[in-house]
Unconditional design. Structure first.
Length: 196
């Protein structure tokens, strides 16, 4: 029969199998989060990214830049508000300062801009049509329910847009409409992350 080990003994064995962390791993663990904090300062306060990165030793700068890049890529979103548009521009400007392969970066940004333009033009039309269609659907249901309950036809208007069920269904449909754009945007974010 085998011996029964405590959870502590099992964990200790697993840690022993992992071995010591390399110098590179330790630097990454320390400086990638510093880069993430720097990116937050850059996006919120507008600090000088080049100047801030220049303060780090050459040995650790790549880890700080990796952290900054991770956050900037995550900050890029669909341009559904003026704030989102400003954040996108800020993130893209920051990535231009970080990435060495400017040609690949600009190619990815071009694809991204096309998605954003489509989202703002055709996507807006799709959202308006979907909203009006949903509104008409809910109004028809409300009129039918009134007719069944009260036995009267038309006449009274119900503002279905203020109904919680309408709002919930609209949010659900909006998520469906945006999901195609978000899928493409996620692919481009991955592409941006892979650019040196």
């Amino acid at each position: 029969m085998g011996e029964i080990k405590s959870a502590r003994e099992i964990a200790a064995e697993k840690v022993a199998k992992l071995g010591e962390a390399t110098e590179e791993e330790r630097l990454k663990w320390k400086y990638v989060p510093e880069g993430e904090r720097l990116a937050t300062r850059y996006t919120r306060e507008g600090c000088n990214l080049v100047l801030e990165l220049g303060q780090y030793d050459e040995k650790v700068r790549k880890y700080v830049a990796e952290g900054v890049g991770n956050v900037l890529v995550r900050h890029i979103s669909l341009p559904n508000s003026d704030l989102a548009k400003r954040n996108n521009k800020r993130a893209m400007d920051g990535l231009k300062l970080l990435k060495s392969n400017q040609v690949s970066l600009e190619n990815a940004f071009s694809k991204m801009r096309r998605i954003f333009e489509h989202y703002l033009e055709q996507g807006e039309q799709q959202r308006k049509q979907a909203y009006e269609s949903l509104k008409a659907e809910f109004e028809a249901q409300a009129k039918q329910a009134l007719q069944q309950q009260l036995g009267i036809l038309g006449g009274s208007q119900i503002n279905v847009e203020k109904q919680p069920q309408f709002q919930a269904e609209w949010r659900h449909r909006l998520i469906q409409l945006d999901s195609q754009y978000l899928t493409l945007l996620d692919e481009l974010r991955q592409e941006l992350s892979a650019i040196p």
